[in-house]
Design a protein around this ligand. Structure first.
Ligand SMILES: CC(C)(COP(=O)(O)OP(=O)(O)OC[C@H]1O[C@@H](n2cnc3c(N)ncnc32)[C@H](O)[C@@H]1OP(=O)(O)O)[C@@H](O)C(=O)NCCC(=O)NCCS
Length: 222
């Protein structure tokens, strides 16, 4: 069972060790090992800076990684995400669960409209980002000079509306959409049966959800 909690000072040295592990450092923006004093400076900064919200990732009660929302921009309701799992605990599906929980926090606790992230070319984490519904936005060419070469950086993002929809369509967990809804029969447009779509009432400007069925489809029980 994965859950997110606040950063705990007793794990701070563990965190620094992870950050400076070659297999994690390789995919971060840092170009050299983070010295102890820089780590503490960052710790105090994130503690006081409202544009940074960091979380410890716990699996069955023990810390396995760290994730967070950074550069939180209240005007545009967006933030960047960051995430790492200790090399000891990688490959158990922890990152995927943690990233979903982080999106929940971003969209429903911090009320963000979009969450974005950046990945250095060659990182297999792309599969992870796509698996939680993120989309590839574009590529910053030769953006980082790492390990003696210029590397491209890929940008990924997900909008709150897209995340809501993913939750709505995962009928095993979310049987009703997060807002007012209507049901409708598709007029010839090819839609996945039972798929929820978010729409906007042009007169009132309010948004609502529609669940479409094809002409032959039987509505599912809710
Ligand atoms: C990327 C990272 C967080 C993945 O952690 P993890 O706990 O091992 O990931 P998960 O076990 O949840 O894997 C999620 C999916 O991504 C895939 N994946 C993740 N890392 C992978 C890798 N290095 N190689 C191949 N596939 C990988 C998994 O196969 C899995 O896919 P599946 O659900 O189809 O099996 C971890 O490798 C890490 O900390 N890397 C260094 C920091 C980093 O790159 N952070 C992301 C950029 S901010």
């Amino acid at each position: 069972m994965i859950n997110l909690g606040p950063l705990d000072k007793k794990n701070s040295e563990w965190m620094l060790k992870c950050r400076n592990h070659p297999s994690i450092m390789k995919w971060c923006r840092q170009v050299e090992e983070i010295p102890y004093e820089h780590h503490w400076r960052w710790w105090d900064k994130q503690d006081q800076d409202e544009s940074i919200q960091m979380y410890s990732i716990y699996a069955d009660g023990g810390i396995v990684g760290v994730c967070g929302l950074t550069s939180i921009d209240r005007v545009n309701s967006r933030a960047e995400f960051s995430l790492y799992i200790s090399p000891t605990y990688q490959g158990h599906g922890y990152a995927k669960e943690a990233l979903k929980l982080l999106l929940e926090k971003g969209f429903y606790t911090h009320n963000l409209n979009s969450i974005w992230g950046e990945m250095i070319d060659g990182n297999m984490a792309e599969k992870l980002f796509l698996s939680v519904g993120m989309k590839h936005e574009g590529t910053r060419r030769s953006f980082y000079y790492k390990d003696g070469v210029y590397r491209d950086a890929h940008l990924y993002s997900i909008m709150r509306e897209e995340y809501d929809l993913l939750k709505c369509n995962d009928s095993s967990k979310y049987l009703v959409p997060p807002g007012p809804y209507v049901e409708s029969v598709s007029d010839g447009e090819l839609l996945t049966e039972g798929e929820w779509r978010s729409s906007c009432d042009e007169e009132t400007g309010s948004s609502f959800w529609t669940r479409y069925y094809d002409q032959k489809g039987e509505p599912e029980d809710k």
